[in-house]
Design a protein around this ligand. Structure first.
Ligand code: AP5
Length: 214
């Protein structure tokens, strides 16, 4: 499997990428998770990215492209699920070039479609595991033990960029800079449009049906 999960902040990319990784063994590559880890560890990349992320703006292309290329270079036969990359035309072109160089082109781009009101509901109630990245929701996907990750037991956190001002900016940035990529992938015949409102398992079934896998 070699796919991009595409969609606005809160559309469920991380949630579904984790499920696809478990089911098909394809590596889940989240540029957001990699950047958050870099910020936490105060690496050079983290120091460059921090202020952009806090404001809900995109981290510069050169930084993110280098991260994605590095991850893709070590991907095995089971492929990858890209989550949150690409987000600009420059990133999409860099991805095409990198995959052509590896002889493993993209198979599909799945657009997770969710209305704005539901995106805001999801982001405001989201809690995430700072260790393994698993997302939860206070109403629709609570952890088994309150405040603790089901997978690794770490204490869940409320992301800084899930605060209302940053959320509004992230949604605007998505519309202005990332949504135009839908046309780019439609012209390449790679776009699969999926209604991503409904139970998490139901959305997973719609994604796998759109990809023609069981
Ligand atoms: P990133 O971490 O990629 O954030 P995002 O794209 O804004 O996406 P989210 O993680 O907010 O949402 P998601 O779609 O993964 O939804 P989730 O599954 O968690 O990026 C963060 C920042 O890093 C960016 O703002 C930018 O600064 C920087 N960055 C990252 N990549 C970059 C790039 N390529 N270029 C430049 N900068 C970059 O679900 C959300 C909530 O909804 C959860 O609570 C979940 O439990 C719940 N939920 C999920 N599915 C359902 C469902 N079906 N029904 C009800 N609730 C659901």
């Amino acid at each position: 499997m070699r796919i991009v999960l595409f969609g606005a902040p809160g559309s469920g990319k991380g949630t579904q990428a984790n499920l696809l990784e478990q089911k098909y063994k394809a590596a889940h590559i989240s540029t957001g998770d990699i950047l958050r880890e870099a910020v936490a560890n105060k690496t050079d990349v983290g120091l460059k990215a921090k202020a952009y992320m806090e404001r809900g703006e995109l981290v510069p292309d050169d930084v993110v492209i280098a991260i994605a290329k590095d991850k893709l270079a070590s991907i095995g036969e089971d492929g990858f699920v890209l989550d949150g990359f690409p987000r600009t035309i420059a990133q999409a072109q860099a991805l095409d070039e990198a995959l052509a160089g590896l002889g493993r082109p993209l198979e599909a781009v799945v657009n997770l479609r969710v209305d704005r009101e539901e995106l805001i509901r999801r982001l405001s109630g989201r809690r995430v595991c700072p260790v393994c990245g698993e997302p939860y929701h206070v109403d629709s996907k609570p952890p088994k033990e309150s405040g603790r990750c089901d997978r690794c037991g770490a204490e869940l956190v409320h992301r800084d960029d899930d605060k209302p001002e940053a959320v509004a900016n992230r949604l605007q940035v998505y519309e202005a800079q990332t949504a135009p990529l839908l046309g780019y992938y439609e012209r390449k015949g790679l776009l699969r449009d999926v209604d991503a409102v409904g139970e998490i398992d139901e959305v997973l079934s719609r994604i796998t049906a759109s990809l023609g896998v069981g």
